[in-house]
Write a protein that binds this ligand. Sequence first.
Ligand code: ADP
Ligand code: ASP
Ligand code: MG
Length: 447
Amino acid sequence: MITVMKFGGTSVGSAEAIERVANIIINTKGEKVVVASAMSGITNFLVGIVENPPSDMDSIVEQFANKHLMAAEEMFDDNTMAEFRKDFDLRLKSFRKAIMSDPNDAYYQDLVTSQGERFSTLILSHYLRMLGHDSVALTAETAGIAAVGLPLSGSADLQATANGMTMKVRPLLSRGIIPIITGFYGIKDGAPLTFGRGGSDYSAAVVANAIDADMLEIWTDVDGFMTSDPRIIKDAIKIDEMTFGEAAELAYFGAKVLHPRTIEPVRIKHIPLKVRNSFRPEEPGTLIHNLRKKGNGLLKSVATKNDLAIITVSSAEIAYRPELVASIIGKIAENSIIIYSISTSLSTIAMLVSNSDVMSVIKKLNELGSDIERIDVKNNVSLVCCVGDDLLSKCGVTGDIFTAVKEAGVNVEMISEGASEVSLNFVVPMGMVMDVVAVLHSKYIGE
Ligand code: ADP
Ligand code: ASP
Ligand code: MG
């Protein structure tokens, strides 16, 4: 039995948290591979270095080092500290080199922001060793996690990663060694490429896929996948079981508990996934797998994605000009922009994109010249993703949902229904999204 266990930023955010995590690892039976995020706050600190380059790099290195050394000092005995310092000093040297490298390199931000994971994994691995458990800290480089894609939005090369890990990680497992691997990034052409913010969940799913794990456990700071974001809906409740499809839709449309791309690498190998709370390991968490357990409520969970914009492109009888529709989508794809929803009419095509992508989309569309008559933009909208059992086949569900939205006094700007079997998505003004989720949650959620 191989379990891949991923621990997020808050789970490794302090000496106390790391000690708790070590106990969870030790108490897990069978072979285990650990993937860890950076300590909480560290990746934001690194993004800050890139966005506002500080004049005093020495003080940055010192702040970064201190955060990790303080946790290590709290945890380690003298021998462990001495051993740890050897590895730490080497990694700190590379850290200094990384932040001082060419900021104009397209992958500079990936290089800098991926540094935090190299230190949290080192602390955890040395702590396990201090407790008498054989462990080794691996980076994506030394574990063989291969990436492809553009800066800040890499994808794993699953086959290359499987080949790499078969050589570099499997032999450790058969010798009873616990590998602790950096999350968040893979290696493209010898350099780090990150998987997007929150990407350690995806890293762990990729690792589970690569070594044919029997179980993936995502350990975080809430009891499991919940009926809504507990930071928005105070009485959100934990869901016991979900299907891969349900979890994937919710993660893609804003449920931050899982990185949007976590599901696919495990789904294709039928590896079940559990979301669990590292602060309350006695809780069973949420099981995500192939099976379907019907709930009682109309909806199972609601997620929201904010800071979106609707771009409406108008052109006479666009519906009869598939080549124009193809060029519009093709132009947008040239910048690898994600379109969250599309809806068409006789003479318009409306697309939902991030607010931050609007300028770049318009620039691209302008290249199509007079084929396009008009472009309208509505900024600051949110997408609401409702997931429930048989949403499409149950009669009247859509009516019930929109009646509730009407009760909240909110105007629906765009609807996407039928594209997925498990979800119904619609767009509302961003200022009203909390009201909509609150009404849907109170009326229709129940396990
Ligand atoms: P980690 O650092 O462990 O990766 P994240 O902060 O990325 O943790 O994700 C966990 C957080 O996701 C929770 O604290 C919670 O606020 C948020 N969240 C959003 N939607 C959901 C949901 N449907 N269920 C559980 N948590 C959610
Ligand atoms: N440390 C990275 C981030 O903060 C990756 C992760 O936490 O999953 O985005
Ligand atoms: Mg996360």
